[in-house]
Design a protein around this ligand. Structure first.
Ligand SMILES: NC(=O)c1ccc[n+]([C@@H]2O[C@H](COP(=O)([O-])OP(=O)(O)OC[C@H]3O[C@@H](n4cnc5c(N)ncnc54)[C@H](OP(=O)(O)O)[C@@H]3O)[C@@H](O)[C@H]2O)c1
Length: 160
């Protein structure tokens, strides 16, 4: 499975239940990478989307409280989703938020990260990937500018 997220200078990923900022170039890339595949997310991230489900993707939502989620497959636990994932031939993208990234990281071998070079005073964070001994950078783009923000696309892979 592949984790995909945007993180700021402090590895913040969200604030007040929403994204830190709007990054059109990142949104476009996210759509291109995930379209046609399966995406898995926490209930809070699913509910944060203005339009649900994400089109042209199998939307999987993990929730202890909701068993029936319109437009999505619902799973009561990470383990229940992992059982389902065994039957998915295609690549699965873990798309957030903080709780789900943290619990799913051990099952991922690739992370597609967009760094935005600012500090947004977020309230939801991800692990600093550069401090994880078992992960390394496999690819990094140049810095580009989108919506007046400087960003860089960085891929990490699990070592060995
Ligand atoms: N920067 C990015 O790339 C990015 C991407 C996605 C989201 N985000 C941001 O992340 C924030 C949301 O993250 P979050 O951590 O608050 O919420 P979240 O991970 O989206 O969802 C948390 C919910 O998932 C369910 N859940 C979590 N662990 C579970 C488990 N083991 N078993 C069953 N259900 C489980 C629970 O749902 P129930 O309460 O229904 O039981 C829990 O309340 C928002 O600010 C969002 O904008 C950022």
């Amino acid at each position: 499975m592949t984790l995909i997220l945007v993180a700021d200078n402090d590895w913040a990923i969200g604030r007040n239940g929403d994204l830190l900022t709007r990054l059109p170039a990142d949104m476009k890339r996210f759509r291109e990478i995930t379209t046609g595949h399966t995406v898995v997310m926490g209930r809070k991230t699913y509910e944060s989307f203005p339009k649900r489900p994400l089109p042209d993707r199998v939307n999987c939502v993990i929730s202890r409280t909701c068993t029936d989620i319109e437009g999505a497959e619902a799973f009561g636990s990470i383990e229940e989703f992992l059982e389902y994932a065994k039957g998915v031939q295609d690549e699965i993208f873990v798309i957030g938020g903080g709780e789900i990234y943290r619990q799913m990281l051990p099952y991922c071998d690739k992370a597609i990260i967009t760094r935005v070079y600012e500090s947004f005073a977020g309230d939801t964070f991800f692990t600093d990937m550069d401090k994880l001994d078992d992960w390394e950078i496999s690819e990094a783009s140049d810095i580009i500018e989108t919506n007046c923000h400087k960003i860089r696309f960085i891929n990490y892979v699990r070592k060995g």
